[in-house]
Design a binder for this molecule. Structure first.
Ligand code: NAD
Length: 447
């Protein structure tokens, strides 16, 4: 069997490796760096910045821990250099893995010649199956000034020369909040302009409200229900927005446009081969198969869930379907994390989703301020919320607070295995650990 995979991000390269290990001949096409958006200009470089942000925050708080007479500087070029080194190291690792006898890595931009053939730099390739994993690109607003040089995408802000004194972030979603949090720690005055009533519109609304307060306490100006109208540039950028019928402005040195991402369908020539797609992305069924049964689409390109790990697991589902292998993967139980300070993380259904679906649920909460480890660490801001069906089945878990992204994984494991509250309560957690917030929440009520 031969498979062509277009795009070597977490969807494409992980699927290529799995297929190759199973003895499938793979042609993997990539026009940029292997690793895709996540490794080169997304998850990994931002997490490198997050570490710098954390160190700066800890230095600022050091006197509360008895550290005195501390003096330090901040060299942003060293921060960028470290970020580049982290990315390069991991990229080298992926390149090494892809150096597999069953994988041919083709460098260039692929487009379809016909439904079974792609062209890359005048070279034609055909295969039994094709998996499209070309990811997404930053979206922008159709407003005057959106294309000004100081209006940056999430890729461009990673390589700016200096920390902006004033940063205006348009969009209070995952990308906007992560950069707002990072640059606040780096010393910027940050304003976030979010169109909806709440930040993180797809997350639990309770969590979103409290995280907004926490970020506000850190000095980030959080403005919701703000419709951005225009950006002009004189000595600085002037971002004009309307809120409750009144026009207001934010003055900034740099503006980050973080209003979502759109599927990268351009240049693939999809319309000519009759492959169905919408502005949201390529249309696929539950096993990532398109309307042309030998072509699959995984990751951001299908617009289902723009997360690196979603892309990887959608790739497994697609490959298993192609190869007739069964698996127990439940793509509906998808953890998501926001690497702000404090972090936020979520898996399963929110309370609001349950209400919309008419599901009767109870919500059990615990707070980090009552967690011994969190108090000892001096990081008590945050809560854990379990959404539990009246039958006792756990449907969702929503956390903000220290290490929320790691803690949520336990809830993910339990929810994906259909665990009940009682089973959850019976699991012994080591003391003192942050994961005891889960145990405390589960103990809040007997069902
Ligand atoms: P997003 O959809 O998460 O958030 C975009 C935000 O912009 C929304 O809150 C939306 O209401 C707001 N918005 C839209 N139009 C606006 C306007 N005119 N004015 C003000 N606000 C406006 O998109 P994103 O943050 O750009 O992230 C893109 C994708 O990448 C998401 O699917 C996200 O989950 C994913 N991602 C995930 C992670 C992670 O898992 N840690 C990190 C980065 C990105």
């Amino acid at each position: 069997m031969k498979i062509i995979i277009i795009g070597a991000g977490p969807g494409g390269y992980e699927t290529a490796l799995l297929a190759a290990r199973r003895g499938v001949e793979v042609v993997l096409v990539e026009s940029g760096h292997v690793g895709g958006t996540c490794l080169n200009e997304g998850c990994i470089p931002t997490k490198s910045f997050c570490r710098n942000a954390q160190i700066l925050d800890e230095l600022r708080a050091a006197s509360a821990f008895g550290v005195t007479d501390l003096s330090y500087g901040f060299d942003f070029s060293a921060v960028r250099a470290r970020k580049d080194a982290v990315v390069e190291q991991l990229r080298g690792g992926v390149e090494g893995l892809l150096n597999h006898k069953n994988i041919t890595l083709v460098r260039g931009k692929a487009s379809f010649k016909d439904a079974h053939t792609i062209i890359v730099d005048d070279e034609e390739y055909s295969a039994d199956y094709i998996i499209i994993a070309t990811g997404s690109v930053s979206a922008s607003l159709p407003i005057p000034g959106a294309d000004l040089p100081d209006v940056l995408t999430s890729r461009e802000i990673l390589d700016i020369e200096e920390v902006p004194k004033r940063l205006c972030v348009i969009g209070g979603g995952v990308i906007g909040l992560e950069f707002a949090s990072i640059f606040r720690s780096f010393g910027s005055e940050v304003t976030v302009l979010e169109y909806c009533r709440d930040i993180l519109p797809h997350f639990d609304s309770d969590l979103a409200k409290r995280l907004k307060q926490s970020l506000g306490k850190r000095g980030i100006d959080m403005v919701t229900q703000a419709q951005v109208l225009s950006i002009t540039k004189d000595a600085s950028c002037l971002v004009t927005y309307s809120r409750k019928g009144k026009e207001e402005t934010v003055v900034a040195d740099k503006v980050l446009m973080a209003v979502g991402r759109r599927a990268n369908v351009s240049s693939l020539n999809l319309a000519d081969i009759g492959l169905e797609f919408t502005p949201k992305g390529i249309s696929v069924n539950d096993v990532m198969q398109t309307n042309l049964p030998h072509i699959y689409a995984v990751g951001d390109i299908n617009g289902k869930m723009m997360l690196a790990h979603a892309a990887t697991f959608q790739g497994v589902v697609a490959l298993d379907h192609i190869m007739g292998v069964s698996n127990g993967i439940d793509l509906s139980v998808m953890p998501a994390a926001v690497f702000t300070s404090p972090e936020a993380a979520s898996v399963g259904m929110t309370e609001d989703e349950c209400k919309e679906k008419g599901l009767a649920v109870k919500c059990l909460k615990s707070f980090f301020r009552a967690n011994g480890k969190a108090v000892a660490m001096g990081e008590t801001d945050g809560f854990c919320k379990l959404v539990v069906e009246l039958s006792g089945r756990i449907l969702g878990c929503h956390i903000y607070g220290p290490h929320a992204s790691d803690i949520v994984q336990e809830a993910c494991a339990m929810i994906s295995r259909g665990a009940s509250l009682e089973e959850f309560q019976n699991i012994i957690h080591a003391h003192p650990t942050l994961t005891e917030v889960l145990q405390s929440a589960s103990a809040m009520m007997e069902i």
